[in-house]
Design a protein around this ligand. Sequence first.
Ligand SMILES: Nc1ncnc2c1ncn2[C@@H]1O[C@H](COP(=O)(O)OP(=O)(O)OP(=O)(O)O)[C@@H](O)[C@H]1O
Ligand SMILES: [Mg+2]
Length: 247
Amino acid sequence: MSQTSASIATPSLLTDDERQRLLAQYAEIAALAGGLAHEIKNPLSTVSLNLELLVEDLAGSDTPRERRMLKKVQTIQRECDHLVDILEDFLKFARVGELELEAADLNQLLREFIEFYQPEAIEKGIEISPHLAADLPAVPLDCSLFRQVLQNLVLNAQQAMPKGGLLELQTGVRDGRVVLDLIDNGKGMDERTLSKIFEIFFSTKPGGSGLGLPTVQKIVRAHGGTIAVDSAPGRGTRFSISLPPAV
Ligand SMILES: Nc1ncnc2c1ncn2[C@@H]1O[C@H](COP(=O)(O)OP(=O)(O)OP(=O)(O)O)[C@@H](O)[C@H]1O
Ligand SMILES: [Mg+2]
């Protein structure tokens, strides 16, 4: 089982003052980047909306010149929508800050998620197999953020099984921690990919923003949890999340 981790500073090599200064700088850069993404997203959304109107205007055209124009406008519209998606993913990543924790039943959260995801799973030929442990201790969770974790991991599993497959969701207790395993039998990852998956903007997918797993890791860590991954090319992938139970 390989586990990937990254940190912005090695605390033992820094004095408290230096560490505080670095954290303050990090917070400032993160706030700037978040602000910039927000400022770009709004005008871009207006551009996107106007492109949509332009496409509607040109849709009924029958001259070759206007049809060529329509194609070009549609290309710009696609790229514009892609940029909006990237900015939205980035803002989700940047906004993981203060958690609103409540003692939650992880099994119940999973049941609700499965119910929500089931129609899409059927459409994509994915069988969901839940094994939810009885008497699972409550976990302090920010449920809305944790749903993002499930969404990202399940979407990745789905994309790794383009012809359908099996997705197992298992909960249990290991070493006093509450554990959630998501196992797919999709295409898996080689060592090189595996070593990079938590890097911001790393993606092997056309159009992928590479922010899904960094966001997942950030949310899990903010809960005092860890995330580990085990994968074999052609066989599948297991993500294991371990969380401290409520005291
Ligand atoms: N279940 C999985 N099976 C195989 N590869 C995976 C799986 N989950 C993640 N990966 C690999 O990790 C990479 C990074 O995943 P991540 O979710 O961060 O970004 P992404 O899915 O490419 O884009 P997006 O930001 O849209 O989610 C993926 O591009 C893929 O190569
Ligand atoms: Mg993803």
